[in-house]
Write a protein that binds this ligand. Structure first.
Ligand code: ASP
Length: 610
């Protein structure tokens, strides 16, 4: 088809703009051919742009030649049409469409570009495979749903800037070519041409730079920062994600929480128009583990874990008694209303519990105020009454028990709790339950390396009252370390930082870092601490998990972060649209003084993660 130049044709309205009040106007619209229909000798086209759809009508009686050309337009052709806004005849209006009360009757048509037949239909919901959508991302992004996601992300970022600017924060960029950063994931490495044999690392987060900005007296810093981690991608991770990164000087945890809560209010208001309530509730890590079996509890529903250990120490049920005698715990979940479950349904839950490390999943049902079936018969009358009371159980409920060490029992029941949530539909859509998790342990024991490692990162300040335990009992040291969790997702994490070299060196020693190692890796930070570093602390919406990406996912009721990112990678770290990663030319490698060696296919990391 012959293409037209745009010339001086000027768009007068977008495809989402015209209403009944515009009837009679002469307009110029530009956009993509979305859907075409021939009806009663007329040609109807939905013209689409970022703002919406407008139905344009070609009539043979108006202009035979233009009608003819209109008939040759294919899907995704780009056109500019001149025409008149006309009220739709009664019975043909479309209340679903903001422009659904009008048509534009075309008097002139410019075909600005043609399109090959798209490899998939741009429909909602999309039926094309993920691979195809990612390869032709520019087509996929044209879909209204994807445009809404891009817009939501923009609004969240804009609200972030407005709010933090208003709170006295400075937006400061930190280097992309950086020294290795401390989150513990694998770095992406960039060889230096000017310094053969040396490399930069792409930042896993701006952590050290933002701390140094505090030493530099910047007082309040933020950045919407890209974080790059070369990890095998587990579900719903991306090699690059975006944090809303903040840091503040002379602050308490309370002040950091207050700023972060205000930020969430602004973002939720800007994107969803919802008012969320502050202050957010707080749970210590210990409480969260006890009640929910998770450090990122979904607090939208109850079904909390109930500890029965103190009630059952003397029980006749040997399995429980021996676990309790050896220092373990017996905990249960009340699956309310599940008393009608069949044996095979319960068995399926037991299989899951075993997969997660339980030795078994004991059960009993509440019937007529007594415990019926399963292990109910082993309890004495007093135990039965106490268990029913503690679990707030009523007729028709099913109690599920795990006996194990304290932490493990909670973790297993915590996972089971989420299975019950999904199977029993225990949460309503559109509800957001924020909760701060505080007082994380500073260190976690790594079974493999048989050593302590930082629970979050090693720049977090121990609680003042735990400083003396650093060397004697690191496992007991709690940190001024917190996460923000919503609906079971960690969306932010941070800490009050160590601002003194002596404490920093002690913490580094606990995680097995020699002085020389510390100096080589983080000497620049330690040196900065020596020059009057102020007390400081901060938060990254993101932390280990995706941040802005995850927030947009939650705001827009998406299941994955992938579509909150304009150009995401696959689980294997591939960009299907541009074909990266790709081979480098030998001359380029030579200049960098490096050689790439391709391992046999099955040695490629992440290859099996789909
Ligand atoms: N920089 C940290 C991270 O990315 C978050 C923080 O502590 O601010 O995990």
């Amino acid at each position: 088809m012959k293409l037209d130049a745009m010339g001086d044709l000027q768009r007068s309205h977008t495809c989402g703009e015209l209403r009944k009040g515009d009837v009679g106007k002469s307009v110029v619209l530009m956009g993509w051919v979305h859907r075409r229909r021939n009806l009663g000798g007329l040609l109807f086209i939905d013209l689409r742009d970022r703002y919406g759809l407008t139905q344009i009508v070609f009539r043979p009686d108006a202009d035979e030649a233009i009608f003819e050309r209109g008939g040759h337009l294919g899907a995704e052709f780009v056109v500019g049409v001149t025409g008149e806004v006309v009220e739709r005849p009664a019975g043909t209006t479309n209340p679903e469409l903001p422009t659904g009360e009008i048509d534009v009757h075309v008097s002139d048509l410019k075909v600005l570009n043609a399109s090959l037949t798209p490899p998939f239909v741009l429909e909602e919901p999309i039926k094309a495979s993920d691979e195809l959508r990612l390869e032709y991302r520019y087509l996929d992004l044209r879909r209204p749903h994807m445009q809404r996601l891009i817009e939501a992300r923009h609004k969240a970022a804009a609200a972030t800037r407005t709010y933090l600017n208003g709170a006295g924060f400075l937006e400061i960029e930190t280097p992309m070519l950086a020294k290795k950063t401390p989150e513990g994931a694998r770095d992406f490495i960039v060889p230096s041409r000017m310094h053969p044999g040396k490399v930069y690392a792409l930042p896993q987060s701006p952590q050290l730079y933002k701390q140094i900005l505090m030493v530099a007296g910047c007082d309040r810093y933020y950045q919407i920062a890209r974080c790059l981690r070369d990890e095998d991608l587990r579900a719903d991770r991306q090699p690059e994600h975006t944090q809303i990164d903040t840091e503040m000087s002379f602050v308490t945890e309370d002040e950091i929480f207050e700023v972060a809560e205000g930020l969430m209010v602004e973002i939720w208001r800007a994107v969803r128009g919802d008012e969320i309530e502050t202050p957010f509730p707080r749970l210590t890590y210990g409480e969260a583990m006890e009640r929910y079996g998770s450090d990122k509890p979904d607090t939208r529903f109850g079904t909390e874990i109930v500890d029965l250990t103190d009630l059952l120490g003397g029980t006749d049920f040997n399995v429980f008694r021996s676990v309790i005698e050896s220092g373990g715990a017996v905990k249960c979940l009340n699956a309310a209303g599940c008393g009608g479950w069949s044996r095979s349904e319960i068995d399926k839950k037991e299989e899951l519990a075993k997969k997660w490390g339980a030795k078994g999943l004991a059960w009993t049902k509440v019937d007529g105020g007594a415990l019926a079936g399963g292990i109910g018969k082993f309890f004495s009358d007093d135990e039965r009454a106490a268990v029913i009371e503690r679990a707030a159980a009523a007729d028709g409920d099913l109690l599920l028990f795990v006996a194990h060490d304290r932490k493990k029992a909670s973790r297993i029941l915590g996972k089971l709790r989420l299975v019950l949530r999904d199977e029993l539909d225990l949460v309503q859509p559109g509800v957001f339950n924020f909760v701060w998790i505080t007082e994380f342990p500073l260190f976690a024991w790594n079974e493999e390396s048989e050593g302590w490692e930082a629970e979050h990162h090693m720049f977090s300040m121990p609680r003042a009252q735990d400083l003396d335990l650093l060397e004697s009992d690191p496992g007991k040291v709690l940190g001024q370390l917190y996460d923000l969790v919503v609906n079971g997702f960690e969306i932010a994490s941070g800490s009050i930082r160590i601002h003194r070299r002596d404490i920093q060196e002690r913490v580094m020693a606990v995680v097995g870092m020699s002085k020389e190692d510390a100096e080589r890796k983080f000497g620049f930070l330690l040196k900065a601490l020596d020059y009057g570093a102020p007390p400081h602390g901060g938060l990254a919406h993101g932390g280990l998990a995706p941040g802005l990406d995850r927030i947009v996912m939650l705001l827009m009721d998406e299941d994955s972060i992938r579509d909150t990112i304009a150009f995401p990678k696959t689980y294997r770290g591939l960009s299907l649209m541009d074909g990266s990663p790709s081979e480098a030319e030998p001359a380029v490698l030579k200049e960098l003084g490096i050689e790439l060696v391709k391992p046999p296919d099955d040695d490629v990391p992440g290859q099996s993660s789909g």
